[in-house]
Design a protein around this ligand. Structure first.
Ligand SMILES: [Zn+2]
Ligand SMILES: [Zn+2]
Length: 574
């Protein structure tokens, strides 16, 4: 009994000293936005709730929309928009790439599994008309962290609630060796223990207290310098806390944080051009139009709620709101109006740089330079840790031409070697795994011939199905620095163009391309290829290359699928 009493006392003390401050109830000041949340997992993947249950939790938290994003390869038909418990439910998908997770919303089902490199998945999502969001880019787990910031993505999660606690857990488990990391490790452990003790009493405030904001602002700003990249937040709500590395291992999961608590912690607030009507299809279209335009801000409701934020940039040429592009026309004045409680600080940013003095008033106008990517953060500076309570999107004050194209080097080139002579298939052959089929023939066309590659991946489970069209390059591919080819395919698909070295230093490097029934010319620079697995160098050693291959495998093709690909010309060039 003495032990129990001591434990109870210890827990009581821990709770009382670790309770995060109760969220502030601020004076409502309607700003016309609609609150909702993105990035929610249902029991379709690794969440524990069904859509109805989750929507009901969102309704209780005061949200008007929820975006489900179960894990998948985007080949499933998304559920149509629907109202449940008065909450508009949208269905998206979270796609695993080799360099992190990418959320696609507002997209029809994909004709083939989306996967592979981040740049390929982002390209496919864009082609299919979807809106792509980088999920938890700053995850402490390397396989979940976004690894390619050159990809032209549509949006970035600047906060992810699931990542927030993982970052603390990562620090708590950090190796003990460096002298300085030791104390950091213990403070992270204390932090998590305190959160565990406080959670039953103030769940939303506890989840919010683990949030660290601003981690990916530099990466976001670098992208936003060239194009519109929407800042969003993701709940990444599962209503379960996996204790094992394998997220599917539900035997080792705790049933919290509850959906309702996650939804009371954070929201995104969307400024619609027209109000919601109650018609799910029409409202989904309005909501998505506004999110795509960046007419949205993020609020950490566990700090204070309901938030209000209005930002308008103006110059001699006109006015713009967050998400908008405003043509440069002399000095910019940024008018900011919020319901920030006393003691909070409003910071104006230009990309990754703070500009001007901090503001402590709810209504002010900042004088800014002619061009910039201007956004606003309201910080809860009176409490520890200092976090962004509200984060706006930027007004882009710049010429439309600054929105740079993603064009690479000019394709102007001189041929060094024809891999296909337009007549015979000499030098070409096929390779495939024992269960799959592949064949090559030369099909006559007007004025010559084209290579026809037929493949059939075996059905059933994954057994390393692969079919490849191969051409030998016995003397290497130097001095060429690229391959140029014309390709079409019977059905939409991705083909992985690969170089393979021979002998004792065998390795492969790949660049995947999209192909469909429309003939397309492609140029692939060898230094733009990425290693397949472990390789000796990050780029292919051109003199050592012995084969070039057009590979069909299960990264982007389902088992059991067969089809045809035609190659009309293929040349090495520099
Ligand atoms: Zn994820
Ligand atoms: Zn997720």
């Amino acid at each position: 009994m003495l032990v129990t009493a001591a434990l109870v006392a210890a827990v009581a003390i821990l709770v009382s000293v670790s309770l995060p401050p109760k969220r502030l109830a601020v004076t409502p000041q309607p700003d016309g936005t609609v609150p909702g949340i993105l990035h929610v997992h249902t029991k379709e993947s690794d969440g524990i709730g069904g859509p109805d249950e989750i929507a009901a939790a969102a309704a209780r938290a005061g949200l008007k929309f929820v975006v489900f994003t179960d894990h998948g390869d985007a080949t499933g038909e998304p559920d149509p928009p629907a109202y449940r418990s008065g909450v508009l439910c949208l269905d998206g998908v979270e796609i695993s790439t080799t360099g992190g997770h990418y959320i696609a919303i507002d997209m029809p089902k994909a004709p083939y599994p989306l996967g592979g490199e981040p740049r390929d998945v982002a390209e496919d999502v864009r082609r299919l008309g979807g809106f792509g969001i980088v999920a938890h880019p700053d995850s402490p787990k390397p396989q979940l962290r976004w690894n390619d910031w050159s990809v032209p993505v549509d949006a970035v999660e600047i906060v992810n609630l699931d990542t927030s606690w993982r970052q603390w857990a990562h620090q708590a488990n950090a190796p003990a060796d460096p002298a300085s990391a030791g104390s950091q490790r213990w403070s992270a452990r204390r932090r998590l223990l305190a959160a565990l003790a406080a959670y039953p009493f103030r769940p939303a405030e506890t989840i919010g207290s683990l949030v660290q904001t601003g981690g990916v602002v530099p990466q976001w700003a670098a992208l936003a310098a060239g194009r519109r990249v929407v800042m969003l937040a993701g709940a990444d709500a599962h209503a379960r806390l996996g204790l094992r590395a394998d997220p599917a291992d539900s035997a080792w999961a705790l049933p919290f944080p509850a959906y309702h608590s996650s939804f009371r912690t954070m929201s995104v607030r969307v400024a619609l051009e027209e109000p919601l009507t109650g018609n799910a299809d029409a409202d989904a279209a309005r909501l998505m139009r506004a999110i795509r335009a960046g007419h949205v801000y993020t609020a950490l409701d566990s700090v204070a709620t309901p938030p209000s934020l209005d930002v308008v940039a103006s110059n001699a040429g006109g006015t713009g709101r967050p998400g908008d592009q405003l043509a440069p026309a002399g000095p910019v004045s940024l008018h900011v109006r919020s319901n920030a409680p006393a003691g909070f600080t409003t910071v104006v940013w230009n990309g990754a740089n703070r500009v001007g003095a901090d503001h402590h008033e709810q209504d002010f106008t900042a004088a800014l330079e002619d061009t910039g990517v201007y956004w606003v953060e309201v910080r809860s500076s009176d409490r520890a840790p200092d976090v962004a309570w509200l984060t706006s999107n930027p007004v882009y004050v710049r010429d439309a031409s600054v929105a740079a194209s993603d064009a690479r080097r000019s394709p102007a080139a001189t041929t060094t070697q024809a891999l296909f002579d337009g007549r015979s298939g000499a030098g070409w052959r096929v390779e495939h795994d024992p269960t799959s089929l592949a064949a090559i023939d030369v099909a006559p066309i007007v004025g010559g011939a084209e290579l026809r590659f037929r493949f059939g991946l075996s059905g059933g489970s994954l057994v390393g199905q692969v079919a490849a069209l191969v051409v030998d390059t016995p003397n290497g591919v130097a001095p060429a620095d690229r391959v140029m080819f014309t390709i079409r395919a019977e059905q939409p698909m991705r083909v992985s163009v690969q170089l393979r070295t021979g002998g004792g230093v065998s390795g492969r490097w790949a660049r995947s391309v999209y192909a469909d029934a429309t003939e397309q010319e492609h140029t692939i620079f060898f230094d733009d290829m990425r290693p397949v697995g472990q390789t000796i160098t990050p780029v292919p050693p051109r003199a050592e290359v012995r084969n070039m291959m057009f590979v069909v495998d299960t990264i982007n093709t389902r088992p059991g699928i067969s089809g045809r690909i035609w190659i009309k010309q293929a040349v090495l060039a520099k």
